[in-house]
Structures are given as C-alpha cells and as structure tokens.
Design a protein around this ligand. Structure first.
Ligand SMILES: Nc1nc2c(ncn2[C@@H]2O[C@H](COP(=O)(O)OP(=O)(O)OP(=O)(O)O)[C@@H](O)[C@H]2O)c(=O)[nH]1
Ligand SMILES: [Mg+2]
Ligand SMILES: [Zn+2]
Length: 303
C-alpha cells in the first residue's frame, strides 16, 4: 500500500529500540517516541526513517533501504542488532570467561553482512591477560585488528587508542555480558549514562546489565557514534549456508580453491587443502574445531 507522502513527514534516525517502541532523532537532535505503522515492528537502531508527529509522539511511516543489517538467526527467530553500520567492534575481556565461539560467530555474521570488524580485548590489567592474549593470536594472524584495552584502570590510554578508529564512523559494540561495553561508552560519550554492572558474584546483586540497544553520539557535531547492546549468549548463524562458511572465516578462506574436489566440505574428503593447512599449523586447532562445530550445526538445519 503506498504511503501518503504528506508535508508532515520528517526524516529521522532510530537511536533506541525497546520492543515496538522506538526513539527517533531528527536532524536538529530532537528526540521523539514513536511506534511503527502496522502490526509488525521491524525497526532497529541505526534505521533511517520517515515519521509523522501524532498527539504525543510519532508514527514511523517508512524505513529507508538499509546499507547493511547485523543479525543472528537461531532455530526459531531472527534477532537484529543494528543497521547501517560502518564497523563492528566485538568486545571480549580477560574476565568473565567467554567462549571463543561467541567471538567467532559474531565475526562470521559481520563478514556475511559485509561489515568490517575488529576486536577489543578489555581488562588486560587482570591476571590471565597473557592467556587471553594468546587466544587472540589466530585472529591477529588472519588480519583482524585486536585493540588491547584497560577501560576501567586506564581509560585515557584506551581512549587514545580508540579515537582514531571510531572517528566519523558508526560502530556497534557487541559482546558477551560483562566485557565492558557500557564502561567503554561511558568513557567516550560525554552525555552517556549507560548502566555499568558492578558484578557481585556472591549476591549477584547490583547488576546493571544492559537490556536495550542504544545509540550514543561521541561528538557535538554528531558524526561519530557508538551503539551499546545487551550482552549475547547464543549466536545462531542460520543465515549462512554450510557451503559458504569457510569463505567467511579468513584463516580458512586463505586455502580455498586448492582441495581435490571443487565441492569439498572440508570435513572428511581426501585431498582437502584446509586439513593440510591445519596439519602445517597454518590454521589453529581451535579454529578448525569451531569450523567443524559450526558446519555440523548449519548442515543439520538442512536435513
Ligand atoms: N578490571 C577491570 N574491570 C573492568 C574494566 N572495564 C570494565 N570493567 C568492569 O567490568 C564490569 C562489567 O562492565 P560493563 O561495562 O557493565 O559490561 P557490559 O559489556 O556492558 O555488560 P552487559 O551490559 O551485561 O552486556 C564492571 O564491573 C566494570 O567496572 C577493565 O578494564 N578492567
Ligand atoms: Mg552493558
Ligand atoms: Zn577441503
């Protein structure tokens, strides 16, 4: 159904999304609470929209075509994180522990969506930093930048490292809970009041884990933006076909095209160039294990 293009239609940016409720920011920085037109809300932070004022808020009439969309797809649902991104920063930390699959999956999803990605490794002030740093070696080797951060104990150094990478761009911060995403936002966005969780293991009290995705401007000119997001646990990749997976993992992709069989799945076949690369130590054992797990998961959905 064509939408009436009345004179009251205004351009805006979705800066927060809570279910069917979104906050839309106008070009002059004014913010208004809006609902989508129609039953199904598919608005995400970063969406450029056309909206129309109502009595006490607004109605989003149209979503502009998206340049990209980062999402995860589980068995039963698709969860969109944000749209129109310049880059993704996956934030991990020395503590609490995270599964390497969480990091790897976020990077595959970004690659599949055509969004450049880097890694922030936070809390290197804590004991155990060397072990976590070692887990990052495979990612550095495949060309992913890893920025080492101490956001709580030395925010100035972290800020100096981050500033040139973030300037003039829209960056989504993604990562498991407790890695320091909101801490990072609070140090960089002057007006932010992102809630930071002080994790009390004994009581599990006083935790302020982020529950909504929110856009923060880092500069008055509103050119540099960081998006805070709730920590994720599961990260389904059902949007990826099993046969595409290796091409989305740069360390594996480097050996593609040299297997005996052109349609090699790199699982059991003889003459597999990827397995040979594992044996030569060019692909790490943990990354190879991840490939196997992910491949089986994606192939199972087709059976
Ligand atoms: N030791 C140390 N602690 C840090 C550092 N950065 C953040 N923290 C602490 O880590 C805890 C979690 O930080 P948050 O910023 O809330 O983490 P988050 O990634 O936003 O977590 P969710 O909102 O649950 O996804 C807080 O207690 C922070 O103070 C750091 O560089 N070193
Ligand atoms: Mg948070
Ligand atoms: Zn192969």
């Amino acid at each position: 159904m064509p939408v009436a293009h009345g004179p009251r239609l205004q351009a805006g940016l979705v800066v927060a999304a809570h279910g069917r409720h979104v906050v839309v920011e106008s070009g002059d920085g004014a913010r208004v609470h809006c609902h989508p037109r129609g039953k199904r809300s598919e608005l995400v932070v970063g969406d450029r929209v056309l909206w129309q004022p109502t009595g006490d808020g607004g109605v989003v009439e149209r979503i502009e075509p998206r340049r990209n969309l980062l999402f995860r797809q589980d068995a039963w649902r698709t969860k969109s994180f944000a749209a129109n991104l310049d880059q993704l920063m996956v934030l991990v930390a020395v503590e609490p522990p995270f599964a390497e699959g969480q990091l790897a999956r976020a990077l595959v999803a970004a690659h599949a969506a055509g969004i450049p990605a880097c890694i922030g490794l936070n809390k290197i002030d804590l004991p155990g930093a060397d072990a976590t740093r070692a887990r990052m070696a495979a990612y550095r080797a495949m060309g992913v930048d890893v920025l080492e951060l101490t956001l709580k104990t030395d925010p100035q150094t972290a800020q100096a490292l981050l500033a040139p990478r973030l300037a003039g761009r829209t960056t989504l911060l993604l990562g498991p809970s407790g890695m320091g995403k909101s801490t990072l936002i609070n140090h960089l966005a002057p007006a932010a009041a992102a809630q930071v969780g002080e994790i009390s293991r004994a009581l599990n009290a006083g935790r302020h884990t982020t529950t909504t995705t929110t856009w923060y401007w880092l500069d008055e000119a509103r050119r540099t933006a960081l998006i805070d997001s709730p920590g994720f646990q599961e990260f389904g990749l059902r949007q990826v076909a099993p046969a595409e997976l290796a091409a989305l993992m740069p360390d594996l992709a480097a050996s593609l095209g040299r297997c005996r069989f052109h349609n090699c799945t790199h699982r059991q076949e003889p003459g597999c160039a990827l397995r040979a690369a594992v044996e030569r130590g060019e692909i790490s054992a943990s990354r190879w294990r991840l490939y196997g797990e992910l491949y089986e998961e994606l192939a199972a959905t087709l059976r």
